[in-house]
Design a protein around this ligand. Structure first.
Ligand code: T4K
Length: 398
C-alpha cells in the first residue's frame, strides 16, 4: 500500500483533457467573467440538476451568505448554531448582526428546533440554520417557528449539494439556501457557491447585489458587492455535473464500508442519516464517546501518526472564538450538547478515489487504538475505481 498521506478530502476533478476545450473557448472569446456564456449555461444546468427553479451563482459560499442576509434586509439578532464552520457566524458579523447561539440536537447535530423559541427576542429577525455535514435540518419545525414569529430563514446549505428529502431538494426550504462549491466540497468549481431563491424577482435582486448593485451600465440600485463566479469556475461546474452522480455513489460506498468496519468498536458512534431520502455523504463524522478506550484527540493523533489526516470539524465551536465568546448565548452552560459533540467529533477521510485499502487502513488504526480485535466482523469492498460487481449497489439512499 502507498504511504502517501490520506487527507480528510481530496477535490474531485474531471480528466484534464475534458477541460481543455472549455479553456480554449475562454481563451478564444476573452470572456473571463461578468455573466459570460459558461456562467449562464451552468446556472441553468445546475438548477435542473438540483431540482430548483432559481439560483444565482457566487464566487464562494461565504459571499453568498453575506449577500443572502443583505438581500433579505436582516437586522438585529439572528439565531444560529455554534456547531458549524466559522463562515456561518462571520457572515452575520459582516452584516453588523448579532448571532444568538442555540444548542444542537444530539442526534442530527443540527440546531435543535425545540430550543429556538426560548432564544427569540424583540430584536430577532431571522434564523440561520446549517444542514451540518449535509444532514437536513428539521425544516418543518423551523418553518413553523419562523411563521409564528415572522422570521426569515436562511439555510447555510454549504454541505447540502444534491441532498433530497421526501419532498424533493432540501434546498427549497426557507427563504434562501446558500451552497458552497469550495474545493473541499462534494461538488467543486475550484471555489464557488450559489444562492437558491424562491422566485425570479429575488434572483434578479441577488444578481444585482453580487454585481456591485448595477442593473445596467449606468444605474446602481443597491450597495452591492463583487460576488460573481468567473468563467473558469462556471466551465468546470458544467463539466463536473457530468461526474457528480458517480462521485456521490463512490462516497456512499465508503460511508457504508466505514459503518460496517466500525460497528463493533466500543464508544464510536457513526451519525444516523434518517430523514434524508438521498444523502451526499459529504463528511464521515464519528463521535468518540467515553466508552471508547481511546479519547478523541489521542485517536486523531494516532491516525495522524499513520499518515491519516482526519479533521475535528467543528472544534472549537464558533461560540468559543474570541469575537463570539463574550456573547451571552456563547456561554458553555447554554450549549452543553454542542460542547460535548465538539469534544468528541472526528471526520474521517471520505472522497471518490479513496481506495478500499485506505478505508480499511483508517478503520484498522481506529480498531487497534480502541483495542478491538484486528478482524472486522465483515469486510466490504469499497474499490471506488475498481470493478463494480464486487460492490454494494443501489442509489445513494440513507
Ligand atoms: N458554511 C459552512 C457550513 C461551511 O462548511 C463553509 C466552508 C462555508 C459556509 C463557507 O463556504 P466557502 O466560502 O468556503 O465556499 C475547509 C474549507 O476551506 C471550507 O470551504 C469548508 N467550509 C470547511 C469545512 O473546510 P479548511 O481550513 O479545513 O480547509 P483545508 O485547506 O485545511 O482543506 C482540508 C483538506 O482538504 C486538506 O487537508 C487537503 C484537502 N484539500 C484542500 C484544498 C483547499 C485539497 O486536497 N486540495 C485543496 O485545494 O476549511
Amino acid at each position: 500500500m502507498s504511504d502517501e498521506p490520506i487527507f480528510v478530502t481530496r477535490p474531485h476533478l474531471p480528466p484534464l483533457d475534458d477541460f481543455l476545450p472549455y479553456l480554449r473557448q475562454i481563451w478564444d472569446s476573452r470572456k473571463l467573467t461578468n455573466n459570460g456564456p459558461f456562467h449562464r449555461q451552468f446556472e441553468v444546468a445546475l438548477g435542473q440538476h438540483l431540482g430548483v427553479d432559481h439560483l444565482s451563482l457566487f464566487s464562494n459560499g461565504t459571499l453568498g451568505l453575506v449577500t443572502a442576509l443583505q438581500a433579505l434586509r436582516v437586522a438585529g439578532e439572528v439565531i444560529t448554531t455554534p456547531f458549524s464552520f466559522v463562515a456561518t457566524a462571520h457572515s452575520l458579523l459582516w452584516n453588523g448582526l448579532t448571532p444568538v447561539f442555540v444548542d444542537i440536537d444530539p442526534d442530527t447535530l443540527n440546531i435543535d428546533p425545540r430550543r429556538i423559541e426560548a432564544a427569540i427576542t424583540a430584536q430577532t429577525t431571522a434564523i440561520l440554520p446549517v444542514h451540518c455535514y449535509g444532514h437536513p435540518c428539521d425544516v418543518e419545525a423551523i418553518q413553523a417557528i419562523a411563521d409564528d414569529y415572522n422570521l426569515k430563514v436562511i439555510y447555510d446549505a454549504a454541505h447540502a449539494f444534491g441532498v433530497r428529502d421526501a419532498t424533493g431538494s432540501v434546498l427549497r426550504h426557507g427563504d434562501l439556501s446558500v451552497l458552497s462549491f469550495h474545493a473541499t466540497k462534494v461538488f467543486n468549481t475550484f471555489e464557488g457557491g450559489a444562492i437558491v431563491c424562491p422566485d425570479l424577482r429575488t434572483k434578479q435582486h441577488i444578481d444585482n447585489l453580487k454585481n456591485f448593485g448595477f442593473v445596467n451600465e449606468t444605474t446602481v440600485v443597491a450597495i452591492g458587492i463583487n460576488g460573481k463566479m468567473n468563467e473558469f469556475s462556471a466551465a468546470l461546474g458544467l463539466l463536473q455535473l457530468q461526474h457528480v452522480d458517480d462521485a456521490l455513489e463512490a462516497r456512499r460506498r465508503i460511508d457504508e464500508a466505514y459503518r460496517d468496519l466500525l460497528r463493533d468498536v466500543p464508544g464510536i458512534r457513526c451519525i444516523d442519516r434518517s430523514g434524508q431520502t438521498v444523502a451526499n455523504h459529504a463528511y464521515f463524522p464519528i463521535l468518540v464517546g467515553p466508552a471508547c478506550p481511546v479519547g478523541r484527540d489521542a485517536l486523531y493523533q494516532r491516525l495522524k501518526d499513520e499518515g491519516i489526516h482526519g479533521r475535528r470539524y467543528f472544534f472549537p465551536l464558533i461560540s468559543s472564538f474570541p469575537m463570539y465568546r463574550g456573547l451571552p448565548s456563547a456561554a458553555r452552560a447554554h450549549l452543553p450538547v454542542a460542547h460535548e459533540v465538539a469534544e468528541q467529533v472526528l471526520c474521517l477521510p471520505i472522497y471518490p478515489g479513496l481506495t478500499d485499502e485506505q478505508v480499511a487502513k483508517v478503520a484498522q488504526v481506529i480498531r487497534t487504538a480502541a483495542r478491538v480485535s484486528s478482524a472486522p466482523r465483515s469486510t466490504v469492498a469499497v474499490a471506488v475505481s475498481g470493478p463494480a460487481q464486487a460492490l454494494p449497489s443501489g442509489p445513494a439512499r440513507a
